[in-house]
Design a binder for this molecule. Structure first.
Ligand code: ADQ
Length: 508
């Protein structure tokens, strides 16, 4: 499409994300859980919105590639468009089909094998290969084309996350009339790590196609601005950077900001308040034998989340207290882990590491009928998760690195009586906001043990004061506020002649 092509779509707001906000269970489509989806669907409904993303089905394609697992198996296909329509009548769902080769190269190899580890401080080695990158590029182009087709003249397009780093510039080329936002859910790495990326200039140029670039933490925004200066001679500006290159749109302002994501606080509080949830929490405590302290971890089974680190420290805590004959027992840890990305080797290894540690700690400290670690590797309904948040005494959130970490905020929002202690990694984005948590360096095993001891020993009045402060903060910073502030920034980026409907008018 030529650069001056008129808008061909009818949607004033278009969300572009790797996944559509629906998934299929037993052949039926359901809206995916999570505050992000709820917040975005709310905004899309009020603005004649469209959502562009992958349905999760792998289409039969011309290339079937060996992965060593069954991740590329071709599955049956039902028409995701019509099925999704049933669930989300007012929002247009635009599926971008992926075949087995796309899934392997775009999703597994580049997104989760190269970008994810590097953007999380290179805590696993990234693998870079040109063939996979070519597919990533191609898939990004298809997402950009779908967005270009769906967007009305002068529309707002909001692109999400590391799967789609090239989309902003591709879309700007196709549709210079639209306002483009990009939000990165994961950390943006320090310059020296980013410089390892073979495709560093292309990624930077891709992002610089946006009008507004949002990051979880200010450190990520600063890292980005530093790189844009270093690699593209961009001029720092009060609100971001000014482009200093013909091909990227000379003189154009790219706004760069910090937009810490949050949760649907009302939804979590509503569930926490329900009598069934309280009853379920009491049952959980009773089933565990009324322990003095319940530690809880809830994570995707991902090496960034530091599940192994907390298991090791939990084992060390039990060993130390046994040696000291200090009576902190019975103390238990419930670890919920959602499986995922099982076609990527480092995830298979992480699962083995975690499961071996669970066995070791239980082998050393369990008694008949009383395991000390209760490990559940499956996805749970939100109601069950909240019951666990309510039942627990101490929440362990110890990622090696995390963009935000919504579990920390969900725990806080569940603690309606202001009891409980949150132990939170300094390396989670949430640490910038949840400063009344017990902040810990998860790379230091002794520090985690010390934090666990501090949390166990914390006076109820101190814990109550800290939880009250945390809850006040989370209640005042919801996912709706987050979406509104990003759309507001996009409104400021819109050209002055854009219609008020396009510029975040309802968020003022
Ligand atoms: P994630 O890495 O997926 O997200 P996180 O922010 O912790 O991580 O969110 C996980 C979500 O999954 C939570 O809402 C939680 O309730 C849910 N969940 C966890 N375990 C579950 C289980 N067993 N069953 C059901 N649900 C479960 C990425 C970034 C984060 C960033 C978010 C949002 O890596 O840093 O906070 O995006 O931007």
């Amino acid at each position: 499409m030529p650069a001056d092509a008129p808008g061909s779509g009818e949607h004033q707001l278009v969300v572009v994300a790797n996944r559509l906000p629906v998934h299929r269970i037993d052949g039926h489509w359901h809206t995916s859980p999570g505050g992000l989806v709820r917040a975005m669907l709310g905004v899309l409904r009020t603005r004649r919105g469209a959502w562009i993303g992958w349905s999760g089905d792998i289409e039969p394609g011309p290339v079937v590639v060996e992965t060593g697992g069954d991740a590329t198996a071709v599955v049956d296909t039902i028409d995701p468009v019509s099925a999704a329509h049933l669930e989300l009548a007012e929002i247009e769902m635009v599926p971008v089909p992926l075949d087995a080769s796309d899934f392997l190269h775009y999703y597994e190899r580049v997104s989760n094998g190269a970008l994810w580890p590097l953007f999380h401080d290179a805590i696993r080695e990234s693998t870079f290969d040109a063939e996979s990158w070519a597919v990533y590029h191609d898939v990004n182009r298809r997402f950009a084309e779908a967005a270009a087709k769906a967007a009305a003249p002068g529309a707002t397009v909001w692109v999400h996350d590391y799967h789609l780093l090239l989309v902003p510039a591709m879309l700007r080329h196709l549709r210079p009339d639209v306002v483009i936002g990009f939000f990165l859910h994961i950390p943006f790495p320090p310059q020296e790590l980013f410089m390892r990326m073979p495709w560093r200039e292309e990624i930077l140029d891709g992002l610089l196609g946006a009008d507004v670039l949002g990051f979880q933490r200010s450190v990520g925004a600063d890292n980005f601005v530093g790189l844009a200066k270093r690699l593209r001679a961009a001029q720092p500006h009060e609100h971001g950077v000014r482009i200093n290159s013909e091909s990227l749109g000379d003189g154009r302002l790219v706004r760069v900001g910090t937009f810490p994501i949050s949760i649907d606080v009302d939804e979590i509080a509503r569930i926490a308040r329900a009598p069934e949830t309280k009853a379920r929490a009491a049952t959980i405590r009773a089933r565990l034998g009324e322990p003095s302290t319940i530690f809880l971890g809830v994570d995707r089974l991902d090496y960034t989340k530091g599940i192994d680190l907390r298991l090791q420290s939990f084992g060390a805590l039990l060993a130390e207290t046994a040696d000291e004959h200090v009576d902190v027992a019975p103390v238990v840890l419930i670890q919920i882990a959602v499986p995922g990305r099982e076609g990527v080797d480092s995830y298979i290894e992480e699962r083995h590491t975690v499961e071996q540690l669970v066995g070791e700690v239980n082998g050393s400290h369990a008694t008949i009928g009383f395991p000390v670690v209760h490990y559940i590797r499956r996805s749970l309904a939100l109601e069950e998760l909240v019951a666990l948040y309510v039942a627990a005494d101490i929440m362990l959130v110890t990622p090696r690195r995390d963009g935000m970490n919504l579990v920390a905020k969900e725990f806080v929002a569940s603690r309606l009586d202001d009891t409980g202690v949150l132990i939170l990694s300094e390396f989670a984005g949430a640490a910038d906001e949840l400063t009344q948590a017990v902040l810990v360096n998860p790379h230091d095993p002794d520090a985690i043990v010390a934090a666990m001891r501090e949390a166990i020993a914390m006076r109820p009045s101190t814990a109550g004061h800290r939880m009250r402060e945390l809850r006040r903060y989370v209640t005042a910073h919801t996912v709706d506020n987050w979406a509104a502030s990003f759309l507001d920034a996009l409104g400021h980026a819109a050209p002055p002649d854009a219609s008020p409907d396009l510029v975040g008018a309802e968020h003022g």
